[in-house]
Design a protein around this ligand. Structure first.
Ligand code: PBG
Length: 342
């Protein structure tokens, strides 16, 4: 006996809303999609080092390499062809370049300033060049600022770090960077860099502030890539405590008041709530950093056959955009665009 014979069940239920109507076909779903990713949404991170003809795979980041300036240019050209014109540069220095003060950060012949000049010469205004401004890849101790002995022990000294960070930012501006991106988390660095840039005549050089940067386990692979792990202690006295959300809004408001042109939340995935909460607080462009550990985690799962990489990458990047990011820094970006995953 079939229940379909029951006339009561045959009557259409009186549903006023049928959300499934909008999901009926791929064409329809495309037309009502609320979130889209474009190549220009991405900043492509690059690790550049001294030397020539070098391309070193980074074990912790499968598919990502360190490049000397000449090979970096070839990769930058590939990024441009894929529609990604925003490049974020990180310097990787051999130990012989390092000292306790990170003097090589302000060296005009360092890999980052050299890469800036080369990219500007090769691509002119077709590229937007961002540079990471931080001392950790330049100091022997691997901390993001300079150290000071105090009656309470060794501390990361905020105010003397600012001077060295400003020297680094000026070196990048002189070389032709469009934006400097301080990632050190010293207090007052955005205002300090803004004044230093302005006084040197670099009023047009912008500041993308790593405003909301948490002390995170997800930076592990990056520290291998950039050879920038701290030799003692951790970064908890300058990077943010992962339990705090109101503090993120405060850090962002301070950096905006100090003159930041764009604000970043980092990492992205475990902090999408922070991105979504920050979105209505500011009119500035918001940038999310899909960091190295997030990339490595997904790559490992894909390589283990645990999930479909194309769909997982698309879902990850869409989620970051949907949560409120205008721009996304991601190691997935070039591969995802080249493979048509997004
Ligand atoms: C430098 C810096 C770090 C990252 C970006 N800039 C590492 C850190 O703070 O230890 C991490 C990026 C990533 O994990 O992809 N301070």
């Amino acid at each position: 006996m079939s229940s379909l014979k029951n006339p009561q069940l045959l009557k259409a239920p009186e549903l006023l809303e049928r959300p499934r109507r909008l999901r009926a076909s791929a064409a329809l779903r495309e037309s009502v999609a609320e979130t889209h990713l474009r190549p220009s949404d991405f900043l492509a991170p690059f690790f550049v080092m001294p030397g020539r003809g070098l391309s070193e795979p980074i074990a912790a980041l499968p598919g990502i390499n360190r490049y000397s300036v000449d090979t970096f240019l070839l990769e930058a050209e590939r990024a441009l062809k894929l529609g990604v014109s925003s490049l974020l540069l990180f310097g990787v220095l051999p130990d012989t370049w390092k000292d306790p003060h990170g003097a090589s950060a302000a060296e005009p012949d360092g890999p980052v300033p050299t890469a800036i000049r080369a990219a500007r010469k090769a691509f002119g205004e077709d590229v937007v060049i961002y540079t990471d401004v931080c001392l950790c890849a330049h100091t022997t101790h691997g901390h993001c600022g300079v150290l000071k002995e105090t009656p309470r022990g060794v501390r990361i000294d905020n105010d003397s770090s600012l001077r060295q960070l400003a020297a680094m930012a000026l070196t990048h501006a002189e070389a032709g960077a469009d934006f400097v991106a301080p990632s050190d988390m010293m207090d007052g660095r955005v205002g300090y860099l803004r004044r230093a840039l302005d006084q040197a005549g670099h009023t047009e050089v912008g500041i993308l502030s790593y405003a909301v940067k948490y002390a995170s386990a997800f930076y592990g692979p990056f520290r291998d890539a950039a050879k920038s792990a701290p030799s003692f202690g951790d970064r908890a006295s300058y990077q943010m405590d992962l339990r705090n959300a109101r503090e993120a809004l405060r850090e962002a408001a301070l950096d905006e008041a100090e003159g930041a042109d764009m604000l970043m939340v980092k990492p992205a995935l475990a902090y999408l709530d922070i991105l979504a909460r920050l979105r209505p607080q500011t009119q500035l462009p918001l940038v999310a950093y899909n960091v190295s550990g997030e990339y490595a985690m997904l790559k490992a799962a894909a390589m283990a056959g645990a999930l479909e990489e194309a769909r997982a990458v698309r879902e990850t990047l869409m989620a970051i955009k949907r949560a409120g990011a205008d721009l996304i820094i991601s190691y997935h970006a070039l591969e995802a665009l080249a493979q048509g995953w997004i």
